[in-house]
Design a protein around this ligand. Structure first.
Ligand code: NI
Length: 143
């Protein structure tokens, strides 16, 4: 099994806020991340594809194609946007790093696997909110 990764960047605003809870609850849980007038992050996104190389091309996935898919599916929809308000597939999602990696994985799965070699899988999506804080969604991992 070979793991191929493409790294991308985007900038976006968000607010951590659960609309079903009081402002007091939100401030207690999320602190300044619940500030009503938003704040921004410089996100780094890593998309990992796992499989065997196609015998004709030697590729698990053409990284140029993977770049285009990430651009179209994630970057164009999220870059310089407000993740709470502007992104259709994030409606109703509290935009924590955890929730974002799962939503991004679900958006990417079909187009990535269509472009990859036979049997290859979208294996994991990793999102860095800061250099030190990141989350990874990998549905094939078992603890
Ligand atoms: Ni934040």
């Amino acid at each position: 099994m070979i793991f191929v990764t493409r790294k991308s960047h985007f900038n976006a605003a968000h607010r951590l806020y659960n609309p079903e809870k009081s402002d007091e609850w939100n401030y207690r849980v999320y602190g300044k991340c619940s500030h009503p007038n938003w704040h921004g992050h410089n996100y780094t996104l890593e998309v990992v594809v796992a499989g065997e190389p196609n015998p004709e091309t030697g590729y698990v996935i053409d990284l140029g194609k993977l770049k285009q898919i990430i651009e179209k599916v994630i970057i164009q929809r999220c870059d310089h946007k407000n993740l709470n308000l502007d992104v259709s597939f994030l409606q109703g999602v509290i935009p924590t790093t955890e929730n974002l990696v799962e939503a991004f994985f679900n958006e990417l799965k079909e187009p990535v696997e269509d472009a990859a070699s036979d049997g290859a899988l979208l294996y994991a999506v990793k999102l860095y909110e800061t250099e030190r804080n990141f989350a990874e969604y990998c549905p094939y991992s078992r603890i």
